[in-house]
Design a protein around this ligand. Structure first.
Ligand code: SF4
Ligand code: SF4
Length: 283
């Protein structure tokens, strides 16, 4: 049977997204897999302490020009939408960091002067944390192209298990790469004007993708009611509220999991998974 794929997203960082992803995955243990797709700041491993058994560098193809074959016709520069290859005087210059690896320049070169070489964008590591299958990506420092690394990370999905994806924050291309093709999106927010603003953006992106979603309100007793009003208007269920609790803050600051220290929360997260399954199967 195909396992459910749940992405955990938020319009901005710092709302507790990784807390939700890790505490949702751990009670499911051997039946689940956690993919940390927040490749710019992968933090889930700090709470899980996995033993990594597999590590692979991820590269993207970028053009390399053989000047001896090149006749300086300029067709490669004409087709490149990203100005990643240009003809200046008697040279063809490439800018690998700007290349989107579309292969267009290779295709149009009449002299077959362009070949592709790998440019490293990051690293994928896989391991286990108490039976939980864990995979994360680390974007190379200074690297801007996170979607290829996230897409590669998504190929590690084990379809026989429930997959929990810790998505990057925001609503741009990296988040879409992490949410696309998932069965359900959990939107983590806080009951503040900033939280609501980012929630609306994130909910808009999820709507475009046509994926069912639910909301988790973190520090739910600290703000106002407007997140709930928005959820009502949009018909998005609020699936869990986590009040501000000094014990939870201390557990987090020690790098521990709520479900492992407070058993009542293990039941709540298992209940959350059941609710998600019910809603996703109904839709
Ligand atoms: S298309 Fe090929 S031959 Fe023409 S300028 Fe580019 S590399 Fe040189
Ligand atoms: S592969 Fe595509 S994006 Fe990269 S330099 Fe060639 S045309 Fe431009």
């Amino acid at each position: 049977m195909k396992g459910m794929i749940i992405s955990v997203a938020s319009g901005k960082g710092g709302t507790g997204k990784t807390t939700i992803a890790t505490n949702l995955a751990v009670p499911l243990s051997e039946k689940a897999q956690l993919l940390d797709c927040d490749v710019e700041q992968p933090n889930a491993h700090l709470f899980l302490n996995p033993t990594f058994t597999h590590s692979v560098k991820v590269t993207v193809p970028v053009p390399h020009v053989d000047e001896k074959k090149c006749n300086l016709c300029g067709k490669c520069a004409e087709i490149c939408q990203f100005k990643a290859i240009v003809v200046i005087g008697k040279s063809v210059l490439t800018f690998p960091d700007m290349c989107h690896s579309c292969g267009g320049c290779v295709e149009v070169c009449p002299e077959k002067a362009i070949t592709e070489r790998g440019r490293e964008v990051g690293l994928i590591e896989r391991g286990y944390a108490d039976g939980l299958d864990f995979v994360h990506g680390r974007l190379r420092v200074g690297e801007a192209m996170s979607p290829p690394l996230i897409k590669k990370l998504r190929t590690y999905q084990d379809t026989s298990k429930a997959t929990i994806i810790d998505a990057p924050p925001g609503t741009s291309c990296p988040v879409i790469a992490a949410m696309k093709g998932t069965d359900f999106v959990l939107l983590v927010t806080e009951p503040t004007p900033f939280g609501l603003y980012d929630l609306k953006l994130a909910a808009g992106a999820v709507r475009i993708l046509g994926i069912p979603c639910g909301i988790i309100i973190n520090r739910s007793d600290l703000g106002d009611n407007r997140v709930k009003e928005f959820a009502d208007e949009e018909g998005i269920p609020v699936l869990l509220e986590i009040p501000f609790d000094r014990r939870i803050a201390e557990i987090y600051s020690r790098g521990e999991l709520i479900v492992e220290v407070m058993p009542e929360w293990k039941e709540r997260f298992l209940g959350l998974y059941e609710s998600i399954t019910r809603i996703a199967n109904r839709d």
